[in-house]
Design a binder for this molecule. Structure first.
Ligand SMILES: Cc1cc2nc3c(=O)[nH]c(=O)nc-3n(C[C@H](O)[C@H](O)[C@H](O)COP(=O)(O)O)c2cc1C
Length: 219
C-alpha cells in the first residue's frame, strides 16, 4: 500500500496557476486502470488545500445515509484506505452495512471523482503502520475520544487528555483495539471534469469479471 501521507509529502510545493487548466477529458486521456487514473488526478491536485480529503457516505442497515469528510491515507490495487474509530457512527454503520461511497472534489481543477464499493477492515499490520506514523498527540487523542458519543463538555475531553498523557508518560502509545483502517474496494468510479455550458465530461468505470469497462455519461 502506498501511504498517502508519503505521497503528499511535497504537498505545498505546487499550486495550480489558473482555474480549470485541464478541462477536456476523453477516454484516451484516462488510464484504463481507474486506480492509476485516480493516482494521476491526486498528483495533479497536489498543492490544493486538503487534496486528499474525501466525503465518505455510509448508511445504516435500514438505508439511512450519513456523510462526513475523512482523509485518504492509502491507495493501491486493493482499494482506498482511511482510518478511524471503529465504534464511531461510521464504524457502526459499516459493521451493519459494509458499503460506502466516496467523493473527491478539487475546485481549482474543476474535477470530481466518485467511488462506490464494499468496505473491509484493513489488515492489522496496515493499521499499525499508519498508527505509528501519526503524531503522539493524535495517538493519545484517539484513546481519549469516544468518537460520535456525547461528551459533557470540552473540559471533560481536555481533562481526559491530560490524564491519558500522564498515564502513558514517556512509554509507547499502542494502537487501541477500537481504532484502525478500512479499505473501500471499488466497484465503480466516475471521473468528472468541468466543461463550458455545463456540458461536463463524465467517464464511468465499472468492474466486471473481465476487468474494468468504461463509458461516457451525460452531464
Ligand atoms: C478535512 C477533514 C478530515 C477529516 N479526516 C478524518 C479522518 O481521516 N478520520 C476520521 O475518523 N475523521 C476525520 N474527520 C472528522 C470526520 O469528518 C467526522 O467528524 C468524524 O470521523 C466522526 O464521524 P461519524 O460520527 O460520522 O463517525 C475529518 C474532518 C475533516 C473536516
Amino acid at each position: 500500500m502506498t501511504l498517502v501521507v508519503a505521497m503528499f509529502g511535497a504537498y505545498a510545493a505546487r499550486r495550480t496557476a489558473s482555474v480549470h487548466p485541464l478541462t477536456q477529458v476523453d477516454l484516451q486521456d484516462l488510464d484504463p486502470d481507474p486506480i492509476a487514473a485516480l493516482r494521476e488526478w491526486l498528483h495533479e491536485a497536489e498543492g490544493a488545500p486538503l487534496s486528499e480529503a474525501m466525503t465518505l457516505a455510509t448508511a445504516s442497515a435500514a438505508g439511512r445515509p450519513s456523510a462526513r469528510v475523512v482523509l485518504l491515507r492509502g491507495l493501491d490495487e486493493g482499494g482506498l484506505f482511511f482510518f478511524t474509530n471503529r465504534t464511531s457512527r461510521k464504524g457502526k454503520e459499516l459493521l451493519e452495512n459494509p458499503r460506502a461511497a466516496l467523493v473527491f472534489h478539487w475546485p481549482e481543477l474543476g474535477r470530481q471523482v466518485r467511488v462506490e464499493g464494499h468496505v473491509e477492515e484493513a489488515e492489522p499490520e496496515v493499521s499499525i503502520a499508519y498508527w505509528e506514523s501519526r503524531p503522539r498527540g493524535s495517538r493519545i487523542a484517539a484513546w481519549v475520544s469516544p468518537q460520535s458519543e456525547l461528551v459533557a463538555g470540552r473540559a471533560e475531553l481536555d481533562a481526559h487528555y491530560m490524564e491519558t498523557e500522564a498515564r502513558f508518560g514517556d512509554g509507547p502509545v499502542p494502537l487501541p483495539e477500537f481504532w484502525g483502517g478500512y479499505r473501500v474496494v471499488p466497484e465503480t468510479f466516475e471521473f468528472w471534469s468541468h466543461r463550458e455550458n455545463r456540458l461536463h465530461d463524465r467517464i464511468r468505470y465499472l468492474r466486471t469479471a473481465e476487468g474494468w469497462t468504461r463509458d461516457r455519461l451525460a452531464p
